[in-house]
Design a binder for this molecule. Structure first.
Ligand code: GDP
Length: 325
């Protein structure tokens, strides 16, 4: 195998962030190894898929993971694999706990025993803060999750810190606020709205059912965030970083942005569905990414309006290409 300083493993390589990150690493000349759950999984990456060395089978088996890390001997490990849906974590709390917490611990253990000099990026989440008193949040804000997903991410975040302190591993938690793109899963509200607006504008659908449209998030653009992930592992010290835009938008703002692009009034098409409300809802999640800006020179560059436009146009294009899908 080639130069080990440019060899990386990406877990969750087939997902939104994983696919963008693999593309970035390939552009930088890395040998990229992607771990995915299933052989049948359809990665979101475009033409670069064939350049990735795929390792299907997931992170569930410690022995297998140890062997894989030994065989690949990565310099960098990006741990992005997770059950990423907050609402679904209420329906399936045990599976989420195991998939997020268990996989992170197995990966840390494999690193500790097989490649202790490798660098690990762990994709943590703003959900670890729950409904914080302090807004915007920074790296010192107390962790107080309010969803099973947030609790599992909190556990994983602590474990990365513990392995950093106890064993001196180079582990970074990127505390990522919501980040969207044309590759976002269809269950997330930005993608759902952009697709809904496109479908309605083509006359293929009349209404869009949504939950709490007053809910607000700090929404950024996924390709900006994967750049932050890579940058955080190039720094000489491992630290945790908030990655966020520092700006809050409501679901209503996503509606306004997407529908107005297509000359539609969302008020005529949105149906509020109580079943889509969450048992608990964070209300004040805004990130202060000063440390990432000062230490890494990173910031979320792409504006909300810009990526909502890109997502809406992409949905329109896909629907126009294959109107029956
Ligand atoms: P999350 O922050 O990871 O949960 O990202 P989502 O995109 O799933 O949800 C963002 C916000 O949109 C949450 O506050 C939801 O309550 C709100 N929301 C309102 N209607 C919907 C809907 O129909 N689907 C989803 N996924 N979220 C909705």
């Amino acid at each position: 195998m080639g130069d080990s300083s440019r060899r990386a493993i990406v877990t969750g390589a087939a997902g939104q962030d994983g696919s963008y990150l693999c593309e970035l690493l390939l552009e930088k000349g890395y040998e990229v190894h992607g771990i995915t759950r299933e052989t049948t999984e359809n990665p979101k990456a475009g033409g670069q898929q064939s350049a990735i060395v795929w390792h299907p089978g997931g992170l569930g088996d410690q022995g297998r993971l140890d062997d894989l890390l030994e065989q690949v001997a990565p310099r960098e490990i990006y741990h992005l694999a997770a059950a990423s849906h907050v609402a679904k974590s209420f329906d399936n709390p045990w599976a989420v706990t195991e998939a997020i917490g268990g996989n992170t611990v197995r990966l840390l253990e494999a690193m500790r025993s097989v490649c202790p000099d490798a660098r690990l990026f762990h994709a943590s989440s703003a959900e670890i803060f729950g409904n914080p008193d302090q807004s915007p949040q920074n790296e010192n804000t107390p962790l107080a999750p309010i969803s099973p997903y947030g609790a599992a991410k909190t556990f994983s975040t602590h474990m990365v810190r513990i392995y950093r302190q106890a064993y001196g591993l180079f582990g970074v938690n990127g505390i990522l606020y919501n980040h969207e793109s044309v590759r976002r899963g269809g269950d997330f509200v930005t993608r759902k709205i952009c697709r809904g607006a496109a479908t309605i504008s083509l006359g293929q659908q009349e209404n869009l059912h949504l939950g709490n449209i007053e809910a607000a998030r700090d929404w950024g653009y996924a390709p900006d965030y994967v750049r932050g992930m890579w940058t955080s592992l190039q720094h000489d010290k491992p630290m945790d970083y908030i990655m966020a835009t520092g700006r809050l938008h409501r679901v209503k703002d996503v509606l306004e942005a997407a529908f107005s692009l297509l000359n539609l009034d969302w008020r005529e098409h949105v149906v509020i569905d109580e079943d889509l409300f969450r048992p608990t809802e964070p209300t004040r999640l805004i990130g202060d990414a000063s440390r990432a800006r000062q230490t890494l020179g990173w910031q979320a560059e792409t504006r909300f309006e810009t990526f909502i436009q890109e997502m809406t146009e992409s949905e329109l294009e896909k629907l126009s290409d294959s109107p029956n899908q």
